[in-house]
Design a protein around this ligand. Structure first.
Ligand code: DGP
Length: 114
């Protein structure tokens, strides 16, 4: 598999505004923010799409959720609320093929999305 831009962020070959890191997950600000807070949480292993989640790597999803919870609390947006989104493939609007959770916060978000 070709490395994605997120592999280069993980290896620190290109810069990103990193706001969260643990042994499994990296969180950094989205370059094209859709809300006052827009952070991408990615696993430190390459999983291309949601379709590639299997028994052997599914624990990364739990780790991503825990990372979101810690970060939301740290920036005091846990009580205000937020949205987490994972896009999959073309109809889902996925453009980077390394799974990621979009964490959006800091304003009233509309539902349904477009
Ligand atoms: P998606 O469309 O769900 O695959 O979201 C990919 C997101 O990644 C998109 O919101 C923009 C963001 N993104 C793309 N390239 C970069 C980059 O080089 N740095 C950062 N911080 N974010 C990026």
């Amino acid at each position: 598999m070709e490395p994605t831009i997120f592999d280069l962020i993980l290896s620190k070959e290109i810069p990103a505004d990193i706001v969260y890191e643990d042994d499994y997950i990296l969180g950094f600000k989205d370059v094209n923010p859709q809300a006052p807070v827009h952070v991408l949480f990615i696993p430190k292993v390459r999983i291309a799409t949601h379709n590639d989640l299997v028994e052997d790597n599914i624990d990364y999803i739990s780790k991503m959720h825990l990372a979101v919870n810690r970060y939301a609390k740290e920036i005091s947006e846990d009580e205000n609320g937020y949205r987490i989104v994972m896009n999959c493939n073309s109809n889902g609007g996925q453009t980077v093929f390394h799974i990621h959770m979009h964490f959006l916060a800091g304003r009233q978000l509309q539902w349904p999305p477009g």
